[in-house]
Write a protein that binds this ligand. Structure first.
Ligand code: 9MR
Length: 352
């Protein structure tokens, strides 16, 4: 009886929804290995130890594979609310866990992030700041976190998402008390705390030619003219299947011309669910387009996906009806998107 049931289950297996979709076919050791062979510093991923990811052995088994991931970004662990929950009182427990993991496997670590309008502790959001008080708090925060990881972090997203989509400055509590000087204060504090770490500004919708990208380039020129330390720009790259911008390379070259390096820092390409074979194929093409754009510009140091499996992606929670944005599906099967990344790092062209 039992073996009859097993047989029945095996017969039904190919009919399940997920196995009807195409999977990756690349026979490669791993994406980081390919990225490094292509001269990039890493292919990496965000990872989150504030959620159940780190208690999932299957997840951890793949995460810890250096051939796949040569770089980690804490999706939440180093954000202000976790790392400085009370004024001047730091808690590095979660951040250290990711930093230790990166070190154990020889992975590059990106620090994320210093100053951002989200995920702030209540002591920051509930204070009616004057300029002097907030300047002190920003300086203490950034020097605390960058100093803690000095020598261990490759690059810090010191300032995160300072712009609105129309190119104006985001009027968050930092801007309201300090205008744009909070950016200078944060970058200078970071440089004082670690003389060697790369200092980045990280932002979305600046990956392509447009108003917001121009505004970011103007901010960079302004900082450079003031002698403020800045090493790189993070191009988040949260895209939609079939809507990947066509001006990535042209735009990336404009940043390289400013003398900066840059990285794809939060790549994912979401689709409207349910997934279809056609959407998966388009997504493969789209992943190829983004990674190939990084390949075309030597100032692009590496590519990070904003977690690698749909099981833990932030996308469905934020964009209802959308998902399947990662190169591994929720069952840890590699999807055609994986092939798109691999083909780009291999320097080959893709057939649509
Ligand atoms: O992935 C992060 C998610 O777990 C958090 O709930 C969220 C809070 O806003 O932040 C997510 O990460 C964001 C990153 O820090 C900055 N760029 C956008 C990312 C996705 O929202």
């Amino acid at each position: 009886m039992q073996s009859a049931l097993v047989l029945l289950a095996l017969l039904l297996l190919p009919l399940s929804a997920s196995s009807a979709l195409p999977t990756a076919t690349s026979v490669v050791a791993g994406l980081n290995e390919l990225a490094r062979a292509a001269g990039k510093l890493y292919f990496g991923t965000a990872t989150d130890n504030t959620t159940p990811e780190f208690t999932d052995p299957t997840y951890m088994g793949i995460l810890e594979n250096y051939n796949q991931f040569g770089q980690l970004t804490p999706a939440n662990a180093m954000k202000w609310m976790y790392i400085e929950p009370e004024p001047g009182v730091f808690n590095f427990t979660l951040g250290n866990q990711i930093a230790d993991l990166a070190e154990e496997y020889g992975m590059v670590l990106r620090g994320h992030n210093g100053v951002w309008y989200e995920e702030l502790p209540s002591w920051v959001t509930s204070t009616d700041w004057n300029a002097t008080g907030l300047a002190y708090a920003v300086q203490r925060h950034v020097s605390g976190i960058v100093g803690q990881y000095a020598g261990r972090v490759y690059a810090w997203d010191v300032v995160n998402e300072p712009l609105n989509d129309n190119g104006t400055y985001r009027e968050d509590l930092f801007y309201n008390a300090l205008n744009t000087t909070y950016i200078n204060i944060a970058l200078e504090a970071a440089r004082a705390a670690d003389p060697n770490v790369k200092l980045y500004i990280n932002e979305y919708n600046i990956e392509y030619v447009g108003t917001k990208s121009t505004a970011m380039q103007n901010l960079i020129k302004q900082l450079q003219s003031e002698g403020v330390p800045l090493s790189g720009v993070g191009m988040e790259s949260h895209f939609i299947v079939g809507e990947v911008p066509t001006t990535l390379v042209e735009n990336f070259e404009a940043y390289a011309a400013l003398g900066l390096e840059f990285a794809i820092t939060e790549l994912d390409i979401r689709m409207e669910l349910p997934a279809t074979e056609e959407l998966y194929e388009q997504q493969k093409q789209d992943y190829y387009t983004v990674v190939n754009a990084c390949m075309q510009v030597s100032a692009c140091v590496g590519v990070t996906v904003w977690d690698w499996t749909d099981k833990y992606s932030w996308v469905p929670g934020t964009f209802p009806g959308y998902g399947d944005a990662c190169p591994w599906d929720a069952n840890y099967t590699r999807t055609p998107a994986y092939d798109g990344i691999a083909i780009a790092f291999e320097g080959q062209s893709i057939s649509a």
